[in-house]
Write a protein that binds this ligand. Structure first.
Ligand SMILES: [Fe+2]
Length: 233
């Protein structure tokens, strides 16, 4: 499986507190069948995370070296989770996109955002949006999700919400999205080494059981390969 949303880089946001924790998380992921991980640290000046491509790249390279030294069989990819949509275009220009493609992972936060307007503005600039955990935004209903999907917006649902963790309302939207196969990616959004590091494995089993092996492979592996690793349009 490929995990496209993690806070694996140490000491840059509210994720891994040091490189040892990063390595523990990756070892846990490896044991659960994860073969590739995107490091998507918060780029959120509004929350005090003033990360940019330039500030994150050395930390990413250091972690990659330590992963090789520790013989952890996981491929790392560089990315970010961009949270501040008020100054979005300027931020995107300096933030890491997903594996250097024109896909960006956007967190729209709990304050009501006009996701349709923002994603449209980006689309005409050839920037493609992956909405991080749409099931978390209380203002986003299933009708809007269906409409955004038709406009080409991609959706990343967080694994814990598919295995009965987190807010009930989020679980409900995640379940409906699964039923209608509106999910493009499932990811962990893991911040720390903990017992939830197996959430992807558990969610994969749920998705396979409730839909099909084919759809599970698509949203846990193939879409990430196609769009973000091989960058096929
Ligand atoms: Fe995140």
């Amino acid at each position: 499986m490929i995990d496209i949303h993690t806070h694996i880089l140490p000491q840059v946001d509210d994720g891994a507190k040091d490189i040892e924790e990063s390595l523990t998380m990756l070892k846990n992921f490896e044991q659960c069948g994860i073969t590739a991980v995107f490091a998507t640290s918060h780029v959120a000046p509004n929350r005090g995370f003033n990360n940019t491509k330039a500030t994150l790249i050395n930390i990413f390279d250091t972690l990659q070296k330590r992963v090789q030294e520790a013989a952890i069989n996981i491929k790392l990819y560089f990315g970010s989770e961009i949270d501040d949509h008020e100054k979005l275009e300027a931020i995107i220009a300096s933030a890491p996109t997903m594996n250097n493609t024109n896909y960006v992972l956007l967190d729209f936060g709990m304050k009501k955002a006009d996701i349709e307007d923002i994603t449209y503005e980006l689309k005409i600039r050839n920037i493609k949006t992956i909405v991080a955990h749409p099931e978390r935004y209380t203002y986003l209903d299933i009708e809007t999700i269906r409409r955004l999907k038709k406009q080409g917006v991609l959706f990343q649902v967080s694994a814990p919400h598919l295995i009965k963790h987190g807010r009930k309302a989020s679980q409900k939207i995640a379940k409906q999205m699964l039923k209608e196969q509106l999910i493009d990616f499932v990811a962990s959004d893991a911040h720390h080494a903990n017992t939830m590091n197996n959430a992807m494995q558990k969610a994969y089993d749920v998705v396979k059981k409730k839909t099909s092996l084919e759809y599970a492979e698509k949203i846990f592996i193939k879409n990430a390969e196609t769009y973000l690793i091989n960058n096929e349009q």
